[in-house]
Design a protein around this ligand. Structure first.
Ligand code: ADP
Length: 270
């Protein structure tokens, strides 16, 4: 990698002194390159469903006298339109949190509410695969921030756990106090993530297996959103995974009002 400096020279006073300013532009060039890559990726991700939609519309016109085909293609159009909707929603969420760092109006948030709301949103998808969602750990903990964003982040983790797990497995969401923090972990018995990819999965649009992720309806933005939500809450998200046996994602958040004197933990059937 090369380093770029912008050098400016300005006269200073009347004795021939000059001021020399050297500004390291490596970082701003890197930021600019990342931004350009992102726009290129977004364009590509938008083009795919839009292309499929126009192709399907043409196909429907040609198949006008075959009602069964019309129904089938219309269904696929709905599927592509839904993908576009998810992508646009995720892009909006991502730009909202990238711009609002830290959270403008933080509130005390009950972690139990976040867990239950996130699980509720995943129930339909989980039951379709006969996956059991289990919540456990310490009750009554609170964190500090934006409840909607925290639900979105945890929903993304549970949604992935379900998407990348085989049928008849279980996903466990567990809460525990650790020092001045609250940790919410999501463990699955799914396909796992190869070691080389474990750092990269939090990048926008990085996928271990593009075809598989698209087939499961993924936008490739879920974990980037989780990472930014964690950062906006002065927290972090980490991953432990073993290929073939499963993954655990842990969201660490600041505890609000301390973690002492709370009810004893409930059991996690595991
Ligand atoms: P996607 O929409 O593709 O799921 P994410 O940002 O949520 O995008 O995740 C990025 C990639 O990380 C996924 O494409 C997948 O390869 C991998 N991944 C995320 N969560 C899991 C998990 N629980 N088990 C296995 N792989 C996962």
């Amino acid at each position: 990698e090369s380093t770029t400096f912008a050098v400016r020279v300005a006269p200073l006073g009347s004795h021939g002194q000059v001021l020399v300013l050297a500004e390291d532009q490596t970082e701003s060039r890197r930021v600019e390159a990342v931004r350009r890559d992102f726009v290129a990726n977004v364009s590509h991700e938008l083009k795919t469903p839009v292309g499929a939609l126009s192709l399907l519309a043409e196909t429907i016109q040609d198949a006008a006298d075959d009602p069964e085909a019309v129904t089938r293609f219309a269904g696929r159009m709905q599927h592509e339109a839904a993908r576009l909707t998810y992508l646009v929603q995720d892009l909006i969420t991502l730009s909202r949190i990238q711009g609002a760092d830290p959270i403008p109006t933080p509130d005390a948030v009950a972690v139990d509410d976040v867990v239950h709301e996130a699980i509720d949103r995943c129930n339909t998808k989980a039951s379709a695969k006969n996956i059991t969602l289990v919540a456990g750990g310490r009750e009554g903990l609170r964190t500090w921030g934006d409840e909607d964003l925290l639900v979105t982040a945890l929903h993304n983790l549970i949604d992935n756990a379900v998407a990348y797990s085989p049928e008849h497995t279980r996903v466990v969401v567990s809460v525990r106090p650790v020092g001045d923090s609250v940790e919410v972990s999501v463990s699955d018995q799914g396909i796992g993530i190869p070691e080389f990819a474990q750092e990269r999965i939090f990048e926008r649009f990085f996928r271990v297996d593009t075809a598989r992720s698209r087939a499961t309806g993924g936008t490739g933005l879920g974990l980037a959103i989780v990472k930014h939500v964690a950062a906006a809450h002065s927290g972090e998200v980490t991953v432990w995974s073993k290929e073939g046996s499963g993954s655990t994602f842990t969201l660490r958040l600041p505890a609000f009002g301390g973690t002492a004197g709370l009810p004893a933990s409930t059991t996690t059937p595991m």
